[in-house]
Design a binder for this molecule. Structure first.
Ligand code: TMP
Length: 235
């Protein structure tokens, strides 16, 4: 099963990814935790290009979307697809929905070509389940105060407002996949809700002996239970 976490700045995704990983490991599952952009050595180099502010050399929006896609292609190829093929549950902090929200919603790039770029990069891989932690933009950005703003966080408030709206549209288009949660709830409450939802989804999958739709590339199906634990290692 492939589970992603999405949301605007400061929504607390990383905490919830960690909490879910801990809970599922206690349940006995093999878990891979990773994040975007990054997760591989090449992806981390691209992350630094994307997030380090450099006012003297602004990144063109089309270059930006291609760099996010390149980092993702590397991550899928090197880590996510092999882990899913071994029956590992993969938790990813951001994935393709971030590109739609930030580069289409935020930057205003056209939807169709960006969707094609994203789909090409991931070879058709889609999350089985996505948790969207929704939060007021002002509140999210103020939660981030104290740490130095990266290149994306430095965008103005209207950019981040468009990102939030784009996420909401995306969730409305795919209600079966995207679960919207109010990020103002306590971390404990959110962790409990998320864990319960994943456990019930895993039970449904098991009881219907459903083969995972995670890997759609090459027509192969991801299902090979009982394999070793994977770690996020740069490659
Ligand atoms: P984060 O790892 O702290 O969430 O930072 C990643 C930043 O990059 C965040 O501002 C969202 C942004 N982003 C995009 O603009 N497009 C993307 O496709 C991804 C994955 C992230």
């Amino acid at each position: 099963m492939f589970i992603t976490f999405e949301g605007p700045e400061g929504a607390g995704k990383s905490t919830q990814v960690r909490r879910l990983a801990d809970a599922l490991r206690l349940d006995g599952h093999k878990i891979l935790v990773t994040h975007e952009p990054g997760g591989t050595r090449i992806g981390e180099s691209i992350r630094s290009l994307l997030l380090t502010p450099d006012r003297d050399h602004p990144l063109a929006p089309r270059a930006e979307v291609l760099l996010f896609a390149a980092a993702r292609a590397q991550l899928v190829n090197k880590l996510i697809a092999p882990a899913l093929a071994h029956g590992t549950i993969v938790l990813c902090d951001r994935f393709s929905d971030s590109t739609i929200a930030y580069q289409v919603g935020g930057r205003g790039l056209p939807f169709d070509p960006v969707r094609q770029i994203v789909s090409f990069a991931v070879a058709g891989l889609q999350p089985d389940l996505t948790f969207l932690l929704d939060l007021d933009v002002g509140e999210g950005l103020s939660r981030k105060q104290g740490s130095k703003a990266d290149r994306m966080e430095s965008e103005d408030r209207s950019f981040h407002q468009r990102v939030r709206e784009s996420y909401a549209e995306l969730a409305a288009r795919e209600p079966d996949r995207v679960v919207v949660l109010d990020a103002r709830r306590s971390a404990d409450e959110l962790a409990t809700t998320i864990h319960a939802l994943v456990v019930s989804r895993l039970e449904v999958d098991r009881s219907t002996a459903k083969t995972s739709p995670s890997l759609r590339q090459d027509g192969r199906v991801a299902r090979a239970p009982g394999t070793r634990e994977e770690e996020t290692r740069p490659s």
